[in-house]
Ligand binder design. Structure first.
Ligand SMILES: Cc1cc2nc3c(=O)[nH]c(=O)nc-3n(C[C@H](O)[C@H](O)[C@H](O)COP(=O)(O)OP(=O)(O)OC[C@H]3O[C@@H](n4cnc5c(N)ncnc54)[C@H](O)[C@@H]3O)c2cc1C
Length: 238
């Protein structure tokens, strides 16, 4: 605190948060890997394509994989109005949403110290059923746009019936934590003398070549959104 007082106010304000937003969101195991900065949390949520949503029904926990989309301070999930996940969360049942990005396999000299490099986020809270028409439509657009930017405008919009059957839930990012592991294996000092290869095998999710649907009518032009997205991603990777 004293340290911060000696800094210019602007700089102190822009420091990322170093403490958890709540006691239950504080990373206790390997706390040096914790990161509560929203920029880190947002980046992981935005890169991850799959979230796992945890909730308990009658004392039985369920962890369900699902698509998610962040907008500002909330993360949206959606599903059929008939889904247990949606009905349970809409009723205010406490939820835990997790997104995990796997960056590498960490191969140590001992079995015990094998690990993974990762970036993960855990969000705790109660979801809110999105009822306003504009927010609902905005979230549905986001689910499509975050897969392939520009895709929403290429495709048929949802019908009234499709909209009716889809519920959207919003989970605030008030209680979120990130945990990040980077780097090589952390071996015991004496194990460095072993004749065993150790290191990291990087892992990444790769986009393949688009495969046209078998019922695609002849003469249908390629998707500008898909081509543009692929070109942008390639430029970023170069
Ligand atoms: C790909 C991957 C593989 C992993 N493999 C293992 C493994 O094999 N064994 C193992 O013990 N651990 C593993 N971890 C770490 C694991 O996610 C937990 O952080 C760890 O097990 C500690 O759990 P805990 O309940 O004791 O955490 P605590 O530190 O007690 O959790 C307290 C709070 O910290 C936050 N938190 C905890 N873990 C995370 C996280 N990963 N990301 C964001 N916030 C978090 C949550 O809000 C939680 O409520 C792995 C993580 C990833 C992403």
């Amino acid at each position: 605190m004293l340290f911060l007082l000696h800094r210019p106010l602007q700089e102190a304000r822009s420091m990322p948060p170093t403490s958890a937003p709540s006691p239950r969101a504080r990373v206790r195991r390997a706390p040096s890997r914790a990161d509560y900065d929203r920029a880190t949390i947002d980046a992981i949520l935005d890169e991850g394509l799959v979230a796992h949503l945890g909730f308990a029904v009658d004392g039985q926990p369920y962890v369900i994989p699902t698509l998610h989309a962040r907008s500002g301070d909330v993360v949206y999930v959606h599903g059929s109005a008939a889904s247990r996940m949606v009905r349970t969360l809409a009723a205010g049942t406490p939820a835990c949403l997790t997104v995990t990005l796997l960056d590498g396999l960490v191969l140590a000299r001992s079995a015990f110290h094998h690990s993974m490099n990762y970036r993960s986020v855990v969000v705790l809270g109660q979801a809110r059923l999105v009822e306003g028409d504009a927010e609902r439509r905005g979230a549905l657009r986001l689910f499509t746009e975050r897969l392939v930017p520009g895709r929403w405008d290429e495709v048929r919009p949802p019908t009234r019936q499709e909209l009716k059957g889809t519920q959207v839930l919003a989970l605030a990012l008030d209680e979120a934590s990130a945990k990040v592991r980077r780097g090589g294996p952390v071996d015991e000092d004496e194990d460095h003398a072993l004749d065993v290869w150790a290191g990291v095998v990087p892992l990444a999710l790769e986009r393949g070549t688009p495969e046209p649907d078998e019922r695609l009518r002849p003469g249908i032009a390629a998707s500008a959104a898909v081509d543009g997205w692929a070109a942008t991603a390639d430029r970023r990777a170069a």
